[in-house]
Design a protein around this ligand. Sequence first.
Ligand code: PLP
Length: 252
Amino acid sequence: MKQLKKKLADNLSRVREKIATACGRVNRDPTEVTLVAVTKSVGLEVIRTLAELGQVDLGENRPQELLRKTTMLEELNLRAKQAGLADRDSAEKFSAVRWHMIGHLQRNKVSMVLNCSRMIHSVDSLRLAEEISIQAGKRGISADVLMEVNCSGESSKYGIIPAAVNHLAEQFATLKHIRLMGLMTMGPLAENPEDSRKAFVRLRELFEEMHASGYVGKDCKHLSMGTTQDYMVAAEEGATMVRVGRDLFEGL
Ligand SMILES: *Cc1c(COP(=O)(O)O)cnc(C)c1O
């Protein structure tokens, strides 16, 4: 195996093992946690290799980069398909990739992002949700979104305030072309992973309250929380998606 592929394969299994260890501590099934590989710091060669290794979920935090990278991967996919039998395995792997938009999104970029992603994790206002619903409606699709909540109270962070979650869930439910699939948060800026636990517990409580209020259905099942800084803590506290960049690309 090529050097890059081997190193990435090792990193992937190390990260997956850490998720499994965290889940083991709280008796969770590790398959409940989807690893979203955040590729903002790496180029196409690494992304391609990730896909070839079977890493399905990839995330980007900027619309322009998301578009650039999805387009490049599409081209690789097309070429692999044209190569026919010889490269059928790669083509299948490239086709399986699901892109996640995880960073701040402005309304004028919604259309672009809908063209190239499967889920938007960072919906932080009703106006943004409305625009997503309008654009999705034009395409005849339903957009899967998460509501981003600022659980740490840091003013530098995007996300709606915890007290507004239920009200916004009620509003989102009136929008025809979005499906609220869950909640997302970023842990506080801190050295110690434990410093994030409170924010993650808060997000899970808000999720439970939102379900109790009846504005969301069974589809609404995701808690997107945890980065390199704190994904083991997030897995312990119920994350269904962790968004990991740096730890995956360590030593590449
Ligand atoms: C960059 C980023 C991540 C991943 O951070 P790492 O420290 O590289 O693991 C997760 N979520 C969001 C929103 C990001 O922008």
